[in-house]
Write a protein that binds this ligand. Sequence first.
Ligand SMILES: [Fe+2]
Length: 338
Amino acid sequence: MIKLLSHLSFVAITTPDVDASVKFYEEQVGLQVTDRIDGAVYLRCWGDYYRYSVVVMPGDEPALHTAGWRTSSPEALEEAVKRLEAEGVEGEWSDEHTIGRAYRFIGPQGHPMTLHWDVEHYQSGSDIASIYPDRPQRRSSHAGAPRQLDHVTIAAKDVDEFAAWYERVLGFRIMARTILDEAPISVFSVLTTNEKSHDLGVVLDGSTRAGRVNHFAFWVDTREELLIAADVLMENGTAIEYGPSIHGIGEQNFLYYREPSSLRIELNTGGYRNYVPDWQPNTWKPSLGSNNFYRNGTMPMSMTESFPPADGPSATEEGVPDEIKDALLNPYAKEGRG
Ligand SMILES: [Fe+2]
């Protein structure tokens, strides 16, 4: 199979209060608005090569409207669509702001995705032009502002099935997964279209609601910037939900916080690069430090919440059954672990 996808190009989210979310991205995260069209607001990080990487749209609930993936060539876009339609996917072609012809579809577990080749490479005005040719614009003077969009992590009822489908149909590499210590239940997996440890994550969703998202992530160049970003958030009254720490899987430094809609945002830096074309995914367990490299941090229960909120009658409010939650949240507490 030819290489179909090159990277995550944008995420579009819905929020009940667009103005509040946009204000937060501008003032606390350090993004800038590029366009406002029909109620949707387009934002970029200073180092994004395209015009925007985040779209904030009005909606009743915090949710993923779509995740955009740039293909590796125009031919790869046609091939990817052919492969999707051979799987029975019924997507549609649309015309997206500055990216032109795009193919929108809903994946088998309800996740809205967009594939495109055309894109507008960002050209800054002279007032914010960089002195360095490789940069799309001058480095932000906002403390801890992310350089670019990094990844999106969705929630799915069957983690392994989700990963296998995206590997088989769209050529993602599965890099690792986590199964519980107590039972052979997959609770997490990471996939990538490139050398990054992941640009698509998937967490277990015990709710009856399809197509949910757990978080999306921005990238900063250094751990120092990540710590400064945490400082800026704290100083502005935004709680850090989890971290700063290091993930075992991927080895990125991380921290998580919430934007005004309650949607979770992650900040990442560091981690390895992996170029191995026939990589065989490793299986981790929570007690090995899959989520916390130091095997000492207890993940807050709130981290199991995905968006929009779960509504399933058989699920817990957050969509993850209690026994799984316990195994995830307290992996180092039991005897004989780690
Ligand atoms: Fe993440």
